[in-house]
Design a protein around this ligand. Structure first.
Ligand code: GDP
Ligand code: MN
Length: 355
């Protein structure tokens, strides 16, 4: 926290500066889009996010937005969005087969399982659409036809905050350094929601020759850490429950489209536990990355000040305004949910090197 955070040094930063205002129309973009999965009734909340992202980043670059929804967007919604930015916008209805609950789910079993989770006070346990959303964001978003033309994405959500004036092209940063995934916040999950995620993953890895998918330089220690929060590890049967908080993601969809991640997803899907448990998109993305990506290709955007209630990444930098340096949550009692120390210890070669 004492270390001042600058722009990344592992890239020729001057080569990825924004174009001048006059040149922005001719800017050569990376193959990337900003993705927002939202409902029509979230127009106000997503407008706030877009205004902040425009101020922080996108008014300088004009990366296209792709809005996605399980229902058609209304005219009113689309008109409201178009007023917020000069960037191109696409409005997409998700094909039903990428969104809806698979037919093999036993609804009686699902109802019983959700009652148990709900009794344990797990939020969204009984909300069918939330389960669909998680499964969509972890197994299907990169297959939406309108997203297939893109490689990189930045996921945004309603009501989030950005605290910096970002003066470099984050997508070109990913491209130049060959990163597959960037995150801002790293935290523990509700272990009740992922009880069988790691055991099922081991079943998958031990089947046939699936072990070949494991990256020898994966983030295994971070994934399986049991020192800081042994209770979670125990309930989750060996998974630390540490995960990258997926409401902020800057990533390479080709990683998720690859055989390793997809065959694993198919196995997970066959268990039905997206509905009999409440496996979130964040732990599944994170576990997939820890197993199948090279740790050095996963990037902590330390320099991006970011808030999604109730957690924050607030770097010590002259370029960050509006948050409290080093704060993790606006609620003090939640600081034990922070998992970043484990990432720093196990997965970063030299935490002070690149900023
Ligand atoms: P939380 O951050 O886990 O509390 O969940 P959110 O309510 O923020 O949902 C995550 C993201 O999925 C947000 O961008 C929501 O707008 C979106 N979302 C959640 N459920 C639905 C749904 O049923 N339909 C659509 N179109 N978007 C959804
Ligand atoms: Mn959210």
């Amino acid at each position: 926290m004492a270390q001042e955070i600058h722009e990344p040094k592992d890239v020729d930063i001057e080569s990825i500066r924004p174009p001048s205002k006059k040149e922005v129309d001719k800017y050569q973009h990376a193959n990337a889009t900003i993705i927002a999965l939202v409902r029509n009734n979230e127009a106000l909340a997503i407008s706030k996010t877009i205004r902040r992202l425009e101020t922080s980043f996108n008014s300088k670059f004009r990366y296209p937005y792709t809005f996605i929804n399980d229902e058609p967007f209304t005219e009113r919604f689309m008109q409201r969005m178009q007023k917020l930015s000069d960037a191109p916008m696409e409005f997409v209805t998700i094909p039903k087969e990428l969104w809806k609950k698979p037919s093999h789910i036993d609804e009686e079993r699902e109802e019983k399982a959700m009652q148990i989770l709900s009794d344990q006070r797990v939020s969204y346990a009984k909300k069918g659409s939330y389960h669909n959303m998680c499964r969509f964001y972890l197994g299907n978003f990169y297959n939406v036809p309108e997203l297939k033309k893109y490689q990189y994405y930045w996921r945004i959500e309603p009501n989030v905050q950005f605290y910096n004036d970002l003066k470099y092209d984050v997508f070109k940063y990913m491209e130049a350094t060959k990163k597959v995934y960037g995150f801002a916040i790293n935290l523990y999950d509700i272990s009740e929601t992922v009880v069988s995620l790691w055991p099922e993953t081991l079943k998958f890895l031990n089947k046939e020759d699936n072990y070949k998918y494991v990256n020898p330089n994966g983030a295994f220690q971070w994934l399986l850490e049991n020192q800081q929060n042994p209770k979670n590890n125990k309930k989750a049967n060996g998974y630390s429950t540490c995960h990258f908080w997926s409401n902020f993601e800057i990533g390479d969809m080709d990683f998720f489209r690859g055989d390793a991640y997809n065959n694993w997803f198919k196995h997970l899907d066959s268990t039905g536990n997206f509905y009999y448990e409440r496996w979130g998109d964040a732990p599944v993305h994170s576990m997939g990355l820890a197993l199948f990506a090279d740790t050095k290709d996963i990037h902590w955007f330390r320099d991006i000040g970011y808030f999604h209630d109730p957690y924050v990444n607030c770097p010590n930098s002259p370029n960050t305004i509006g948050c409290e340096t080093g704060q993790f949550s606006r609620w003090g009692h939640l600081s034990d949910q922070n998992c970043m120390a484990s990432w720093i210890d196990y997965s970063m070669e030299d935490p002070s090197a690149i900023y």
